[in-house]
Ligand binder design. Structure first.
Ligand code: NAI
Length: 804
């Protein structure tokens, strides 16, 4: 007679299939063939083209999906534009009721959506039923709430307009919810393109929109492959693009939208570290790894695909992992007792296979459980790679499958280095029983989400999004709403015109004394130096620019900065950035107050300079100085008040949403007003803990070069503010293309801004331009405040166990 333990260990699983019959009936009712959902109606694709959608668990086709062409995308955008007028005019409360109705509808049809999702995508029903679909409903509830509150919580903001949204295939309906819920809550209308492998739940969602009476055109669904996505991206009447998918396509989208004025949010790839310290509870860690890399077959942008384990416990962890992998069950996604389903498409399966092969060639040792995968369908077994070098392909490239690479480290410092040794920065998960260690490491990891003793947790109340090449913008939480609104004043802002002419260059070496236009002997040296690393710096090439006064006469010279000067400045900024970011907010506030004080002490001198350059009256010049002092005070005030939030995510956690500096930022200042423009654009990033390389007004740079004397006397650490004078069109592209610059602001004409956006794709740096529009820098609503602080920071969400 076997004892109880033996019985448990030898028990066989019986099949526990979820019935697909309702979904099958629905497919039959549609003749397994679908059109496009445009303006509240179903229509055939204009090009008459359809493609097949398959069930990854069988490889058999289950539906024909329409390929939308340019005419279809035009029609969908036009329908969204028509709907925008009345949808954006509705009260927040009215919109909230529609979102609430959608959430209820999702819940009522939860089982149907789960089965359809699993059939179309191959994910286990356990996941679609318990994670994807409940989170979809939660997202619409949560954002219904934000629609209700938008009037009070997001004052002075208006909807962006028509939003084009492109989503991937790994969480089809969930990604739809992440995109559509905040967009329509804020009063935008939407054209959404699902991924070509997984369109079905989006099409059923369109039916739900009809069922709950959502006004026609608020949500439009156009299906198709990347060509349809590209048409949406390029469409002139789209005001914003929100994209989730590969970094490669994200890059193309940034290039395609450069200079178009379209707002852009990108949620891209990842290679997230899963860090195990030697005091971690290894049994919890093992379950964590299951959730990190075998959830959704590892087809998760924030999958913990790099296990970094402290040396002392590495062998024990590997042993435990192998034992657990042996017990994982792979098979029919509709079987409720299955852990791992099918890979979405043959091309993805092939990609996984070839990357693992490449890993082996580079020296990695793969380990897979002894059981085999189903013969039918597209399956790949859970795979553990050991003997992995940090520089190898499998440690760097997003595999997007159930494959995890394990590496070891010795000290916590080394764990941070390894964790950050990636071009991505989407998520990280930290495992230790030592809260001091966890909370010491969390701020040091470059990632948009940090999970402490948990992983792959998502909630509508918490923002999600990347650092570095994982993209920018957040989805979820208050952070995510900013992607779907814009300041009301921008609607009527005129184009930037009548800028003062740039300082003029010549081929004379600087300081040759060739001036003398004023008559009399030339001053000894009138060339203002640059300011790099807290010191005055001579330009690399000794070419200078003549700064003309209002009367056309030469009033000074500045160096004509070049690539080398910028490189030095970026290096100096890097040297200062870490320490400045870690300075206390109080400390930064003190420095900014002191700057204001010292500027105030020299107010007359600055006013004279402004008057000479801009030809304004004495009182106008004094007014500009006074406003600059006020603005310094404002950011000194903000420095210790731009707090994060604590999100009440509905698990045994709280989520700390912490605004963090981007790092080194390039700032191309407005041409005019010279001092106020410089202060308004350089100080907010500095206030938030960034180090800045500033290109001051190219017409009137002397206010900025005078300013470094104020910096010198105000305890601003060397390297926090660097000033490189010269011609905007020569300098901005170099900064935009520089891979060690994390963010870039540009306040010049439209074509310059377009160039900055185009060149930003090397490291996917975040850019902020004025789209060629004029900003009234004297108006506090336009020239100061939270918008600037938001653009100088990104939010890291740290999930901390709480009340567990
Ligand atoms: P993808 O980035 O090509 O596809 C995502 C979406 O973008 C789909 O809807 C697709 O139709 C659309 N798209 C493709 N080309 C486009 C273009 N030029 N303009 C506009 N839209 C376009 O991802 P794919 O090819 O399905 O997967 C390839 C790899 O990308 C995966 O192996 C994985 O590494 C990564 N990936 C990452 C995701 C994430 O959530 N971060 C999601 C999907 C894929």
């Amino acid at each position: 007679m076997p004892d109880v333990t033996e019985i448990f260990e030898t028990l066989e699983y019986g099949p526990a299939p979820e019935s697909p019959s309702r979904v099958t009936k629905w497919l039959e009712a549609h003749d397994s063939r679908f059109g496009l959902y445009v303006g509240g109606e179903w229509r055939e694709p204009r090009g008459g083209e359809h493609f097949a959608a398959a069930n990854p668990a069988t490889g058999r086709d289950i539906a024909r999906i329409a390929q939308a062409n340019a005419a279809d995308v035009d029609a969908a955008v036009a329908a969204a534009r028509d709907a925008f007028a009345h949808w954006s005019a509705r009260s927040g409360h009215e919109r909230a009721r529609y979102l609430y109705a959608i959430a209820r509808g999702i819940q009522k049809h939860a089982r149907f959506f789960s089965v359809l999702e699993s059939l179309d995508n191959g994910k286990p029903i356990r996941e679609s039923r318990d994670i994807d679909i409940p989170l979809v409903a939660r997202h619409f509830y949560h954002h219904g709430g934000w629609a209700q509150l938008a009037g009070t919580e997001l004052g002075g903001q208006v909807p962006v307009g028509v939003v084009g949204q492109i989503i991937p295939w790994n969480f089809p309906l969930l990604m739809l919810a992440w995109k559509i819920a905040p967009a329509i809550a804020m009063g935008n209308t939407v054209v959404l393109k699902p991924a070509e492998y997984t369109s079905l739940t989006a099409l059923r969602f369109a039916e739900l929109c009809d069922e709950i009476g959502l006004p026609a055109g608020v949500v439009n669904i156009v299906t198709g492959d990347g060509r349809t996505g590209a048409l949406l991206v390029e469409h002139e009447d789209v005001d914003k693009i929100a994209f989730t998918g590969s970094t490669e396509v994200g890059r193309k989208i940034r290039e395609a939208t450069a200079g178009s004025g379209k707002k852009l949010s990108l949620e891209l790839g990842g290679k997230s570290p899963f860090v195990v310290y030697e005091d971690a509870d290894l049994d919890s860690v093992v379950e964590g790894v299951v959730d990190a890399i075998w959830f959704n077959q590892g087809q998760v942008c924030c999958a913990g695909s790099r296990i970094l384990v402290q040396e002392g416990v590495a062998d024990r962890l590997v042993e435990k992992l192998k034992a657990r992998m042996e017990t994982l069950r792979i098979g029919d996604p509709l079987d409720k007792a299955v852990d791992i389903g099918a890979i979405v498409a043959p091309v993805q399966l092939e990609r996984i296979r070839s990357l693992v092969e490449e890993g082996e060639k580079e020296g990695a040792t793969p380990w897979q459980p002894s059981w085999s995968c189903p013969e039918e369908g597209w399956f790949y077994p859970p795979t553990l790679l050991t003997d992995v070098e940090p520089a190898s392909t499998v440690a760097r490239v997003e595999i997007f499958g159930p494959v995890v690479a394990l590496m070891t480290f010795r000290t916590p410092d080394e764990s941070v280095e390894l964790a950050n040794d990636t071009r991505y920065g989407l998520a990280a998960s930290l495992w230790t029983e030592n809260i001091n260690l966890a909370l010491d490491i969390a701020p040091r990891v470059q990632a948009g989400t940090v999970w402490i003793n948990c992983t792959n947790m998502f909630d509508a109340a918490s923002g999600f999004g990347g650092y570095r090449e994982s993209g920018y913008g957040r989805e979820g939480g208050l952070e995510g709403l900013w992607e779907y609104v814009k300041p009301a004043w921008t609607a009527g802002a005129p184009a930037l015109s009548d800028e003062p002419a740039a300082a003029s260059g010549d081929e004379d070496p600087a300081g040759d004394g060739a001036g003398g236009d004023n008559g009399g002997p030339p001053p000894i040296d009138r060339t203002a130096k640059m300011y790099v690393g807290g010191k005055q710096a001579r330009p690399d090439a000794t070419y200078s620019l003549h700064v003309a006064g209002a009367d056309g006469r030469r009033i000074g010279e500045v160096g004509r900065g070049n690539r080398k000067d910028l490189r030095n400045a970026v290096e100096a900024a890097h040297g200062a950035a870490g320490k400045w970011a870690n300075a206390t907010a109080h400390n930064r506030a003190q420095v900014l107050f002191y700057l204001a004080e010292n500027l105030s002490a020299r107010a007359d001198e600055f006013a004279d300079r402004i008057q000479a350059m801009a030809g304004v009256t004495a009182s106008e010049a004094a007014d500009e100085v006074e406003r600059s002092i006020r603005r310094l005070f404002a950011y000194a005030a903000w420095a210790d008040k731009w707090d994060g939030r604590v999100h009440h995510t509905p698990f045994r956690n709280v989520t700390l949403a912490m605004p963090e500096p981007l790092g080194v930022m390039g700032v191309v200042c407005p041409t005019a007003p010279s001092l106020l423009g410089f202060v308004s654009t350089v100080i907010p990033p500095v206030c938030m803990g960034n180090a800045v390389v500033a290109v001051p007004s190219q017409a009137w740079p002397l206010a900025a070069t005078d300013f470094y004397q104020v910096l010198d006397t105000s305890d601003v650490p060397g390297g926090v503010i660097n000033i490189v004078t010269g011609l905007r069109d020569e300098l901005a592209p170099v900064l935009a293309a520089h891979d060690d610059v994390a963010g870039m602001w540009y306040f010049g004409p439209a074509d310059g801004g377009a160039e900055v956006e185009r060149l930003s794709t090397g490291n996917m740096k975040r850019t902020w331009t004025n789209d060629g529009k004029a900003r009234d820098w004297t108006d506090d609503a336009q020239g100061e405040g939270e918008e600037f602080l938001r653009e100088a920071t990104h939010v890291k969400n740290i999930w901390v166990p709480y009340g567990a």
